[in-house]
Write a protein that binds this ligand. Structure first.
Ligand SMILES: N[C@@H]1[C@@H](O)[C@H](O)[C@@H](COP(=O)(O)O)O[C@@H]1O
Length: 248
């Protein structure tokens, strides 16, 4: 796992966006794995800026999002579908039929999970997966304790995750209790992974990731075994880590 140390959120977003843009330019048919949450919004803004100025084309790009809440319709402002349309998709020329987000509104959720896995496989897997991290080490919505072998599945959200995400809702009771997420195995199979970590709220997670063992009780730790994973982390996130250079 390679670490790129950057100054702040802005620089993290620019670095990641530049990386993604280059990939898209070199491989126009790229399959991108996309993330939601506060962390990647800056990257998406940079992609939109670049699209306006340089017209980088996403016409042949396919995307798969990591996760979706169960019970939130597409037009619910807190659904990840809505987030992706507003924060990225409607601003670039990606074809709506090439974008994939699991549906949390289907009655047969197991079928949704199976179909999602098959679609990723049919596509030849994910070329570049963008990730954020939860303070408890979750990636996607894979909470601590999730098997490293898990494929796309339904999860019960940890109370700490619901609390962290409550900032987007009117009250915590409105935060769904369940979600669909790509599994750790699904994420791990991506050819390349870009994990973004910013801010002092993520200091503990950052330190555990770098200094701790690879364990299912800290899902992101599996990334240390990935052959092509890069972390872009800012100074605040890295404050608790001694000897960052050891990991570069
Ligand atoms: N499911 C998402 C994750 O994909 C995200 O990485 C994480 C961190 O969010 P944030 O970037 O807002 O800190 O929380 C959410 O629960």
């Amino acid at each position: 796992m390679k670490i790129i140390e950057v100054k702040n959120y802005q620089e993290m977003s620019q670095t990641a966006a530049k990386y993604i843009i280059n990939k898209v330019k070199n491989s126009p048919k790229l399959t991108l794995g996309l993330a939601t949450g506060g962390t990647p919004t800056g990257v998406y803004q940079q992609l939109i800026e670049d699209y306006k100025q340089n017209h980088t084309s996403y016409a042949h790009v396919t995307s798969f999002n990591l996760d979706e809440y169960i019970g939130l319709a597409k037009d619910n402002p807190n659904s990840y579908y809505h987030y992706m349309v507003e924060n990225l998709f409607k601003h670039i020329n990606i074809a709506p039929e090439h974008t994939h987000i699991p549906s949390g509104m289907n009655l047969d959720l197991q079928a949704v999970c199976n179909e999602y896995e098959s679609k990723i496989l049919e596509q030849g897997g994910i070329d570049l997966q963008l990730l954020g991290i939860g303070s408890n080490g979750h990636i996607g919505f894979n909470e601590p304790g999730t098997s490293f072998q898990a494929k796309t599945h339904v999860v019960d959200l940890a109370p700490s995750t619901r609390e962290a995400n409550a900032r987007y809702f009117n009250k915590i009771e409105e935060v769904p209790t369940q979600a669909i997420t790509m599994g750790i195995q699904t994420i791990f199979k991506s050819k390349e992974i870009l994990l973004l970590i910013s801010g002092k709220e993520k200091q503990d997670a950052m330190a555990k990731l770098l200094n701790g063992d690879v364990t299912e009780s800290f899902p992101a730790s599996i990334l240390k075994q990935h052959p092509n994973a890069t972390v872009i982390a800012d100074e605040k996130a890295l404050l608790g880590v001694k000897n960052v250079s050891l990991f570069k």
